[in-house]
Design a protein. Structure first.
Length: 202
């Protein structure tokens, strides 16, 4: 899944796991927010595999080799979620653990999809775009305190739509953060207006 940060890619992957996780024997999650985080996640998985198979050959294997070997097991139905692959450096590390043949189902989220192993088939790349104006308005209003919600409801639908899609880009994370800002900064008898918030953005 490819899309801007905060668009909801990770939540979609986790929702898939919530719906279908029971159909898999194993679910593995690897955080790729940075190369360092990727290697930390890999080490956690590899150390777990070492504890399950404490043979000397396994203990002395590299982390990436152990994980790749586990994913190559065609007798196991597995789900692998590789989250936040946002640049080529991390992508180059990720492909080292992906076996050529495996029954594992792999979901990769991030902004980077140009690696040849990722885009062998364009149908495998799913672009994730911003949410609809109606969904965005609902998310924003749900996080507002009562007085801010009343003020927001007095705006025309076009004004609400422009704020959600133009100012916040239809990005769920940005919408929730904006809602939290209004809640935090509207204290006492005063409330933050959209115009005041726009000035903060600029």
């Amino acid at each position: 899944m490819k899309g801007f940060g905060g668009i909801g890619k990770t939540q979609i992957a986790l929702h898939y796991e919530k719906l279908y996780g029971e159909t898999y024997e194993f679910t593995l999650f690897i955080d790729c927010e940075s190369t360092e985080r990727f290697r930390q996640s890999l080490k956690v998985l590899a150390d777990h595999f070492r504890s399950q198979r404490p043979r000397e050959a396994v203990r002395n294997s590299k982390d990436e080799d152990l994980v790749r070997s586990f994913l190559s097991n065609e007798n196991r139905k597995m789900l692998l979620i590789v989250d936040n692959v946002d640049d080529q450096e991390v992508a180059n590390e990720v492909v080292k653990i992906l076996p050529d043949k495996s029954k594992a189902h792999v979901i990769i989220t991030g902004r980077y999809s140009e690696h040849p192993k990722f885009n062998k088939n364009e149908k495998n790349i799913v672009p994730i775009e911003g949410i609809s104006d109606k969904a965005g308005i609902k998310i924003f209003q749900e996080g507002l305190p009562p007085r801010c919600k009343e003020a927001f409801e007095q705006l025309s639908y076009i004004e609400k739509k422009q704020f959600i899609l133009n100012d916040l880009g239809g990005v769920p994370l940005a919408i929730r953060q904006a809602s939290a800002y209004f809640k935090t900064h509207s204290v006492g008898g005063s409330i933050v207006t959209i115009e005041e918030f726009r000035k903060k953005l600029s």
